[in-house]
Each structure stands twice: as structure tokens, then as C-alpha cells.
Design a protein around this ligand. Structure first.
Ligand SMILES: [Fe+2]
Length: 127
């Protein structure tokens, strides 16, 4: 899949339930990786990884992460997934203190749509 992260986009924590290989070829992608809290309420931060042009990351099937583009430029990346990215059964969290819930069928798409609209506004303001 070809993802292009709009300026200042923030994608909520989510899991994949399959391996993934991410290759960024411009801009910057900041990842925060999590694990489920032992009490089942929310997420604990494990670590983070900043990816910039020509960086590649291999993500295991159990990862939970959130992704942000902190720049005022677009961040393009190629994502290869070891399964059906759109198959139901994955999870999302509104933030790291929120309960786990089923990933909505349009949650990620809607976040991209909102982020693209926000980016267009930011870039217009910037001139
Ligand atoms: Fe992801």
C-alpha cells in the first residue's frame, strides 16, 4: 500500500495482527509503540522510532503503534502487510488511556480525510 501522511497528521493507536514492512522515502514518520496494560485498561508505551527518507522498519504481528507526521510536508511510504489489511478483527484506541475497541471499518480512512483537509488549511495559511 502507498501511504502519504499529510502534514501534522496523527493516527490513533492501532494494531495490525500481521507482520508489516514499512519503507519511508521522504518526510518523517514518528512512531510510538505500545503494549496492552496488564489491567486491560489502555496502553503502556514501550518505545518509539522516528523514520525519515530511506528508512525501513519491520513490524512484528503483535505490534501496537500510533503514527504522526510532525512536519509541514507530506511523508510518503510504502507499506507491505502480511495479510489482509482491511479484514475485520483489528483494534484501535482513541488514545493510550482509552479502552481497546474494534477498529472501525472507516476509522483510518476518515482520519486521512480529516488530516488532508486540515493539511490543506495549514498549507494555505502558510502561503
Ligand atoms: Fe499501523
Amino acid at each position: 500500500m502507498h501511504f502519504v501522511w499529510p502534514p501534522h497528521m496523527n493516527l490513533f493507536p492501532h494494531d495490525h495482527r500481521m507482520w508489516a514492512v514499512i519503507g519511508v522515502y521522504g518526510g518523517r514518520e514518528d512512531n510510538i509503540f505500545y503494549k496492552r496494560r496488564a489491567d486491560g485498561q489502555g496502553l503502556d508505551t514501550v518505545n518509539g522510532k522516528t523514520m525519515e527518507g530511506k528508512d525501513v522498519a519491520v513490524l512484528g504481528r503483535d505490534i501496537i503503534h500510533k503514527v504522526a507526521n510532525p512536519l509541514m510536508t507530506y511523508t510518503p511510504a510504502i507499506h507491505v502487510y502480511g495479510g489482509d489489511f482491511f479484514k475485520p478483527g483489528r483494534s484501535e484506541w482513541a488514545d493510550d488511556a482509552s479502552p481497546e475497541q474494534p477498529l472501525g471499518p472507516d476509522s483510518i480512512t476518515n482520519t486521512f480525510v480529516e488530516a488532508n483537509a486540515n493539511a490543506a488549511k495549514l498549507l494555505a495559511e502558510q502561503g
